[in-house]
Design a binder for this molecule. Structure first.
Ligand SMILES: Cc1cc2nc3c(=O)[nH]c(=O)nc-3n(C[C@H](O)[C@H](O)[C@H](O)COP(=O)(O)OP(=O)(O)OC[C@H]3O[C@@H](n4cnc5c(N)ncnc54)[C@H](O)[C@@H]3O)c2cc1C
Length: 383
């Protein structure tokens, strides 16, 4: 009996489990290790922040996926890895051996002290629901008429979408209580990588929401002191254990701690380890891939195939080839969204309906584990 361990309830592992439910490999024990049972689907997170979805509508139920695939669910975190001895140490103190390990543990953020403001880190997504509930509860209960200022730090899609969503939600909950918005980014333009028309549409949406833009500005203590809530949405960082040589052993990682993988999504140092999504650094590319859910989703079918090939199934290994252009659909929390692809961009209620349809269809397939077509999965995504 061989043992395949999937570390993390990430987007690509959902695909692996779905494929497993359709065609389990005899003689292979499948174990999934992840601390949270319900994994938020990133494409719907801004809609949930804005109140368009309940949390239970945007999560992938991993224990259910495990049950459908005959896999064992272990509710714990990977705390350390010894890739030479093929063992992981769990947060429970237990140790687990593997023949093949796949890592899809996402990324994190390390916000600085809030300097008086409450910090809401946008990663890891798994920690967001409890922290956001506490913010909403305070906002609803506080008797003060004093206005709040919400500042997003980061000019990418996560910063723009989360700020618009949080402002809309707070205003909806307490129409009587003023709330101001600000967005601070060290970049000289918003949404780098998106088309010029999409960037202009985002600037209009921010202006309509009363957001003050501070381009070319870095986080400093005074921003914290003048804010009540800070949405920390800068670039993704690797988890502590990946950055610590004592906890990752000889596993090859990038300078930032992301697991270095080849075109087959295999570790460049340990072929029995695979890594995908935010936690991985795809070595064949000239540039690092964006840390986006779409990347993890698109890696899913390749990973699933290559794990089977490595386990001796007949399938030949496939190469992961990133798309050169993505369709991006940004929710603006006003019943509209902004679409961007290549040089084109436009916004409107139609874009929100389109995004909502795509995202609901995606999550529904995982809610009732039946084979999902990777070609149609996650058509709305971040470039
Ligand atoms: C506000 C916001 C909006 C976004 N919107 C989009 C969007 O519209 N489109 C898009 O493409 N991207 C979007 N992103 C980016 C997206 O969230 C991430 O890139 C994506 O979730 C990464 O997917 P993943 O599968 O790599 O990991 P994740 O989805 O983060 O999953 C990682 C899993 O691993 C688990 N885990 C973590 N540590 C351990 C450990 N040590 N041991 C075991 N398990 C562990 C976690 O609990 C989690 O279940 C958004 C991000 C934010 C913050």
């Amino acid at each position: 009996m061989k043992r395949l361990v999937l570390a993390g309830a990430g987007h690509a592992h959902a695909q692996v489990l779905l494929d497993w439910s359709r065609a389990p490999l005899p003689g292979v024990e499948l174990i999934v290790v992840s601390p949270q049972a319900l994994a938020p689907y990133s494409g719907m997170v801004p809609g949930w922040l804005g109140g368009a979805y309940r949390l239970d509508e945007i999560v992938l139920d991993f224990p259910a996926l495990c049950a459908a695939g005959g896999a064992r669910w272990v509710p714990a975190e990977v705390d350390a890895l010894d890739p030479d001895r093929k063992r992981i140490t769990l947060s429970t103190g237990e140790s687990l051996g593997y023949d093949l390990l796949s890592i899809n543990v996402g990324s994190t953020l390390r916000p600085p002290p809030g300097e008086g403001a409450r910090m809401l880190a946008m990663r890891p997504l798994s920690a967001l629901p409890a922290a956001y509930d506490a913010v909403l509860s305070d906002w609803s209960r506080e008797p003060l008429d004093r206005p709040w200022t919400v500042t997003a730090v980061g000019g990418g899609a996560a910063g723009v979408e989360s700020l618009l969503a949080v402002l809309a939600r707070l205003r909806h909950l307490r129409p009587d209580r003023p709330v101001n918005g600000a967005l601070v980014t060290s970049g000289t333009q918003l949404l780098p990588g998106l088309s010029a028309p999409a960037r202009r549409a985002a600037e209009r949406a921010l202006a309509q929401a009363g957001v003050t833009l501070q381009l070319g500005s870095r986080w400093c203590a005074s921003i914290g002191r003048s804010s009540d809530l800070v949405l920390w949405a800068i670039g993704a960082e690797a988890h502590d254990w990946q950055r610590d040589p004592a906890r990752r052993g000889a596993l090859a990682v990038s300078a930032q701690g992301f697991v270095q993988v080849d075109a087959q999504l295999r570790s460049v140092s340990h072929p029995e380890v695979f890594a995908v999504g935010d936690c991985a650094h795809w070595v064949p590319g000239a540039h690092a891939l964006p840390k986006a859910g779409v990347i993890a989703v698109r890696m899913g079918p390749v990973l699933s195939n290559n794990l089977r090939a490595a386990l001796g199934d007949t399938a030949a290994a496939k190469l992961y080839r990133p798309q050169r252009q993505f369709l991006v659909l940004l929710a603006t929390a006003d019943g509209r969204a902004i679409a961007s692809r290549g040089p084109f961009g436009a916004g409107g209620a139609w874009a929100w309906r389109w995004k909502d349809h795509i995202d609901r269809r995606f999550i529904a397939r995982y809610a009732t584990p039946t084979p999902v077509s990777s070609a149609t999965a996650y058509e709305s995504d971040i470039a």
